[in-house]
Write a protein that binds this ligand. Structure first.
Ligand code: DC
Length: 222
């Protein structure tokens, strides 16, 4: 790997996206939200009404899948067959469907090259579930960012514009999704053996970013 890759894995709501965006700005590199790819798959499964539990149907669907990221200013836009779908992939239904369908090894295999190809030409902060364990096992600095379930649910709740939603429901959905992501056979969510674990429960975003920058600086000197 000739480019510089930083990986950040962890459960939903740990602050990965916000931290990754700020960190990439500080480092002057791109930020890649790999969850968006799994959400893109889920969006198309839903839109095309695919029976994704049926392997033949899933494989046929994946062979026609045309997802890619396009660079716009300093962020990446998710395109599906030439259409910008970035604004359609953040619903609770897509979150759950992405969690379930991403357990399928065929889905993971279909998204492998997109992720690896970005790393061939760009320095990047990659955020996801298996960045440090499977996709970039040789990354020079790997982080695993986590926080208490209650804290993560409150953060996600505060981001939702619809404040009529019950925080307990948000917490339940989060628990279900993280259970799926951690317990699946294919590339489960877990820290890489050499990942630096950071508990963000009682830290501000700035504190987390600061801590990461210091660790990266030190790692790059040695
Ligand atoms: O990061 P996110 O919440 O947007 O991800 C949505 C789902 O996609 C998540 O529940 C599990 C899956 N995912 C994955 O399996 N591997 C990744 N590298 C990123 C996300």
């Amino acid at each position: 790997m000739s480019t510089r890759i930083i990986t950040i894995d962890g459960p939903a709501g740990a602050g990965k996206s916000t931290v990754s965006k700020l960190l990439s700005k500080q480092l002057g590199c791109v930020y890649v939200d790999t969850g968006a790819l799994y959400r893109g798959v889920a969006f198309e499964i839903q839109r095309q009404d695919i029976d994704w539990k049926n392997d033949a149907a899933l494989e046929n669907f994946l062979s026609n899948l045309d997802l890619n990221f396009v660079m716009k200013k300093d962020s990446l836009i998710l395109m599906s067959s030439g259409r910008n779908i970035t604004n359609f992939i953040r619903t609770p239904e897509i979150s759950l469907l992405a969690s379930f369908s991403s357990a399928k090894p065929q889905v993971r295999a279909a998204l492998l090259d997109i992720q690896k190809n970005i790393a061939k030409t760009k320095d990047a902060v990659f955020e996801g579930r298996d960045m440090g364990t499977i996709i970039f096992p040789d990354a020079p600095v790997k982080f695993f960012l986590f926080a208490d379930l209650g804290v993560r649910a409150k953060r996600r709740f505060d981001e939702i514009p619809d404040q009529t939603k019950d925080i307990n429901k948000v917490q339940q959905e989060m628990k279900l999704r993280n259970g799926n992501d951690s317990q699946r056979k294919s590339a489960p969510l877990k820290p890489a053996a050499d990942a630096i674990e950071i508990d963000s429960s009682f830290m501000t975003i700035e504190e987390v970013v600061d801590k990461m920058l210091k660790i990266i600086e030190k790692a790059c000197k040695t």
